[in-house]
Design a protein around this ligand. Structure first.
Ligand code: ADP
Ligand code: MG
Length: 606
């Protein structure tokens, strides 16, 4: 049996037994479903997107209050042109809640999501608290007393009066959400979302507009919370501010983290565990301790500490690991790509691809790059060398959009690029690797490599959720597979990138860079950590690529490697270019020998 069949079986069992389960079980399951819906959003936001939010309960409140107001305020019904008590009011309330949540999330997200480190969670606490107090202080929302008399939901002629009926809707919504999000994560857009966690620089260099994606994930999580709030309000038929307090927001985060913050099913598991545990503790603690009080909160906190200590990645991954021996691994079958990916027209051999002129960058009083001029042509393998601190990495950043020069011009295929972000460089045909490897360690090699082709696809979130992107996805994976073979990594395709030796991780980065169909490739120390045989293979790959017309600029410390493959070498020292020419010319240049080796020439020779 595969994991998929097991999950399907559990779902069928749940739905099949729904009519026969005891009332109490159905009520508990209903709450699990409602909480899981919020927690699934948090998995997307926190576990996968890397943005911690304590404030999700406020969005649940927004969804609940929107429908409560629409359904109970006669003014609202009149404004909508509906009779008070109309069966349409809850649906208008749902729409209003979603629109309100999305708008607010977009606004709050634009401010908060930019924050980094601990400022982001602090920001979410701030607006979480503000919204909670707002609910309690607005008279038209019933103040701290709340609003009563919400109607039951109706679906056509069906009225969802009982917990059993509404629970069925809750679980249908939850399962459809998990399905859609699972599809989203298994797509081009999903790879971009996962890339957010590894920081701005890598994702932007792959062509991903990180600010845009972060806000979109934020809005998605808010929408799911709001949807849960709507269902909650029509289950309770009553709304007050208490369930939308900050401590509930913290509980949602607990659900996501305890279940396994990086896994959608982890959210469902976490929600089930915490809901059942709290209920159980509430029931047994008073009789155990012989006194009443909020002891369950204390015990709950201690249990959470224990769980997090023993399962830092959450319970779901451990569960999967333990059952993996019993379950068949899912074979990833992909249909052959029928469509073609967008292809760029490559510049003709010998024409200038990237020109840097007078590029200058200061860090305080330090001149890291002083009027650097460099031109790289199609089909040329250009090496940039120089002692440590010469300014090579700084120059790399300036010509790839990671950093901006204080003065000077950078043009890519004749286009002025100064002031453009890294993703604009990537879209114009510049691909790069990093001195300190930046891969998604837990994702497979092919997933990592396919991210490099991000900007060659076009499918959006909705298409990915509905699996309408399969033809394009097949093309992207096929392209990734091609580049993986080219870099000699066929045997590693499905292994997690982080499990490979460093030398091979560098090759994965090269394959990822090639997936973008670049016209210029920037490689920061690609041979570091490679064995002799691997270096030879890399050298022949780079030579082949340059023969195909690719412009390559590489920073490398291994002189034997550089002297053997470079067509042209630029030498930097103290931020300045001190020499430029063929390997033979550079090796004979006394300035270079002086700067690089303090006069001794043996190390420069291959
Ligand atoms: P290389 O890659 O050639 O070893 P770098 O470009 O990393 O050299 O660094 C050049 C000089 O600029 C060094 O003196 C380094 O300390 C300084 N430098 C680099 N980046 C920064 C930064 N972000 N802030 C301050 N100084 C920096
Ligand atoms: Mg460096």
């Amino acid at each position: 049996m595969s994991q998929r069949q097991l999950i399907l079986g559990a779902v069928v069992l749940l739905l099949g037994s729904w009519g026969f389960l005891p009332e109490f079980t159905v009520t508990m399951l209903n709450y699990v479903g409602l909480y899981a819906l919020v927690a699934v959003g948090l998995v997307m936001l926190t576990g996968i997107g890397g943005m911690t939010s304590f404030g999700q309960a406020a969005f649940v409140g927004l969804g609940a209050y929107a429908t409560a107001w629409f359904c109970t305020d006669p003014g609202a019904a009149a404004w909508l042109g509906l009779a008070p008590g109309s069966a349409w009011l809850p649906w208008e309330g749902l729409l209003a809640g979603l629109v309100l949540s999305a708008t607010l999330a977009w606004m709050l997200g634009s401010v908060t999501v930019r924050l980094s480190g601990h400022y982001l969670p602090l920001g979410t606490i701030a607006w979480g608290l503000s919204l909670y107090f707002l609910f309690g202080n607005l008279d038209f929302l019933g103040g701290h007393t709340g609003m009563a008399g919400l109607p039951a939901l109706t679906l056509g002629s069906l009225t969802l009066k009982s917990v059993r009926e509404l629970g069925l809707l809750t679980w249908t919504v939850l399962l459809l959400t998990v399905w859609a999000l699972h599809n989203l994560l298994d797509s081009r857009e999903g790879r971009a979302i996962r890339a957010l966690k590894s920081g701005r620089v890598m994702a932007e260099s792959m062509g991903v507009d990180t600010a845009h994606y972060r806000i979109k994930v934020f809005v998605l999580a808010a929408l799911l919370a709001s949807l849960s709030g709507w269902l909650y309000a029509h289950l309770q038929r009553f709304v007050n501010p208490t369930p939308f307090n900050l401590n509930v927001g913290i509980e949602y985060l607990f659900m996501a983290v305890v279940g396994g913050a990086g896994h959608l099913w982890g959210a469902v598991l976490g929600a089930a565990l915490i809901t059942l545990m709290k209920q159980y503790l509430q029931d047994i603690l008073p009789s155990l301790l012989g006194a009443s009080g909020n002891f369950e909160v204390v015990v709950f906190g201690l249990l959470m500490l224990l769980v997090l200590q023993h399962f830092p990645d959450g319970l779901w991954p451990s569960l999967v690991l333990r059952t993996s021996r019993l379950l068949k691994a899912r074979s990833v079958a992909h249909e052959p790509g029928l469509r073609r990916l967008a292809e760029r027209k490559l510049p003709s051999r010998g024409s200038a691809v990237l020109c840097a002129s007078g590029v200058t960058r200061r860090f305080g009083g330090l001149l890291a790059n002083a009027k650097v001029n460099l031109e790289i042509h199609a089909g040329e393998l250009h090496a940039l060398i120089g002692p440590n601190g010469a300014g090579k990495s700084t120059f790399f950043n300036l010509i790839s959009g990671v950093d901006e020069p204080d003065a000077g011009v950078v043009t890519l295929l004749g286009k002025d690029m100064v002031g453009q972000p890294a993703r604009a460089f990537a879209r114009s045909g510049l691909s790069r690797t990093f001195q300190h490897v930046r891969l998604l360690a837990t994702r497979s090699v092919i997933d990592n490599v396919a991210l490099g082709a991000h900007q060659r696809g076009a499918s959006g979130w909705i298409a990915s959720m509905l699996r309408l992107d399969r033809a394009e996805e097949a093309c992207l994976r096929e392209e990734a597979g091609r580049q993986i073979s080219r870099c000699g990594l066929e045997a590693q395709v499905h292994r997690p990138a982080g499990s490979l030796p460093l030398g091979q991780q560098r090759l994965v980065e090269i394959a990822r860079a090639l997936c973008g169909q670049p016209c210029i490739l920037l490689l920061d120390e690609p041979a570091a950590g490679l064995r002799h045989q691997e270096k030879l293979a890399l050298a022949s790959l780079l030579k082949q690529l340059s023969q195909e017309g690719l412009a390559i600029l590489l920073v490398e410390h291994d002189m034997e490697f550089v002297m053997n493959i470079a067509d042209c070498i630029t030498v930097m020292e103290f931020g300045k270019v001190i020499a430029q020419g063929s390997p033979t010319q550079v090796q004979a240049n006394p300035l270079v020998l002086e700067a690089y080796l303090g006069g001794a020439d043996w190390e420069l020779r291959p």
